[in-house]
Unconditional design. Sequence first.
Length: 215
Amino acid sequence: MAAAPVIHVVDDDKSFRTALSRVLKASGYEVVDYDSAACFLRSIEHSRPSCIILDVQMPTLGGLQLQEELAKLSHEWPIIFLTGHGDIPTSVLAIKAGAEDFLTKPVPSKILLAAIDRALLRHETLQKSHDQLGSFKSLVATLTPRESEVFALMVRGKLNKQIAFQLGTSERTIKAHRHMVMQKLNVQSFAEAVSIAERLGLLSQPASADTKEQR
């Protein structure tokens, strides 16, 4: 059975945290609350990644400052600001910095829960994307230096005979390398290989063989 999604509530108002926790738990969420941004930062290493409901104005370290700190730590947890001191400039700053939503207290439960659903979906999508990128990087890392050169040229649409000429080898050898590239990347089509190269940003880089040819 999958664990209930956890919601991290960061707010210095104890009565508000208690009331909000009650609503969230009744909706099936696990809730962890913190009375300050500093307290949350101290606990983050051992916390389960998920959605953060964050106040703007808190002693010592405010919500926007916590958002900045999380960005520095590369924590891409979705953030929903929920504040009684909202204004347009602050909301613009929060959204530009990547916040999922900016809501003003008091907020109807229906609106808050909908925002949480969106935030959790975004986090899940980001996590899957990161996991997939990691998998792609691992697959590409299994290529030999020569296979990497062939991969870089083939995904740019070079024909086997063109690659063979550039690398100073035979077309038959290139066909063999190309077969190994497809096998190691675990792809069935040329389009899948190109997609991996695009996702890893390899097509925006010059192929080493192209660079050599230009010298």
